[in-house]
Design a protein around this ligand. Structure first.
Ligand SMILES: *[C@@H]1O[C@H](CO)[C@@H](O)[C@H](O)[C@H]1NC(C)=O
Length: 287
């Protein structure tokens, strides 16, 4: 009897979680290509990273020069998808690091008792009008296409705020999202609300090993995760987390956490691929 119950539980879990690792690797590469020089993204031709992600046409950018924020949107023809990608923090950029550290919470307008990080909120506000304008334009042009969002680090937080924003202000439903090394964005009310807008069945929060940013800001400061946690160990084997405190997904003490793992995602090392020598699209081969 117990065995049958366990079996039933396993079947029902596996039915709702449709994590696709091939796709995860591709989306990690799209997230990564956002760190390349934008000359290599439109047309989408950034060397190894772009080969890994797959093609993308009709790419346009979102830019904020004040806080040095960046994202792009493009059309994936094989999958008939509009892909929305936000770039993470550039560590050498003090303005970017200050966004990540601005963890004071402010009220979030779309739901009661929801609070989110002031830094992420303000950063998204800088890109919001461009993001709204572009998504409307792409929705008109590719009206039966799915919308898929992705991003690494700060880019994961911005992608999440994009999902909520376009749902609330434009009535667009993002079909699914994969994030990589996402920090916590808001409080438990916000996390619950987020899970209603985008079900954890289609929202994969991929994080790896000792990644410190994926555990930041601490839940003791009133921050909580949303989405389905997908934990990769140091050997790149993955498991689904029961919740954000699942011991199997948190095998390390906080003093063991590091930044190196924040740069490694899904068989793909962000730090290794980052930088111009890997972004060898035709336009900056001589850089
Ligand atoms: C997983 O994603 C890949 C790449 O997009 C796709 O070719 C494949 O059909 C997907 N697998 C499933 C089971 O959906």
């Amino acid at each position: 009897m117990i065995k049958i119950l366990i079996l039933l539980t396993l079947v029902s879990v596996s039915q709702c979680i449709q994590y696709n690792e091939t796709e995860s690797i591709q989306l990690a590469a799209y997230s990564l290509s956002s760190y390349c020089n934008s000359d290599n993204l439109s047309p989408y031709n950034c060397g190894k990273i772009c080969e890994r992600s797959g093609e993308l046409s009709d790419v346009q950018f979102m830019n904020d020069y004040e806080q040095n924020l960046f994202g792009y949107i493009g059309y994936q023809p094989q999958k008939n998808q509009i892909l929305v990608v936000f770039r993470g923090s550039i560590l050498s950029d003090k303005k970017n690091v200050l966004i990540d550290l601005d963890i004071l919470k402010i009220n979030y307008q779309f739901c009661e008792n929801c609070k989110i990080s002031k830094g992420f909120f303000n950063a998204y506000q800088k890109l919001k009008s461009q993001a709204n304008q572009l998504i409307q334009e792409y929705k008109q042009r590719y009206n039966d296409a799915q919308i898929v969002a992705t991003g690494h680090s700060l880019g994961a937080a911005l992608a999440s705020l994009f999902v909520v924003d376009v749902f609330e202000t434009l009535n667009y439903q993002v079909n699914y999202m994969y994030t990589f090394g996402s920090p916590r964005v808001g409080n438990q009310h916000f996390a619950d609300y987020f899970n209603q807008i985008l079900s954890p069945d289609v929202n994969f929060r991929v994080f790896k090993g000792k990644d410190s940013i994926a555990r930041f800001p601490s839940s003791s400061l009133g921050y909580n995760h949303f989405g389905q946690g997908v934990y990769y160990d140091e050997q790149d084997n993955y498991i689904f987390c029961q919740n954000e405190f699942d011991a199997n997904c948190n095998q390390y003490y906080f003093w063991q956490l590091n930044f190196a793992d924040h740069q490694k995602y899904v068989k793909c090392t962000f730090s290794q691929f980052r930088g111009d020598q890997m972004c060898t699209g035709s336009k900056n081969q001589n850089m």
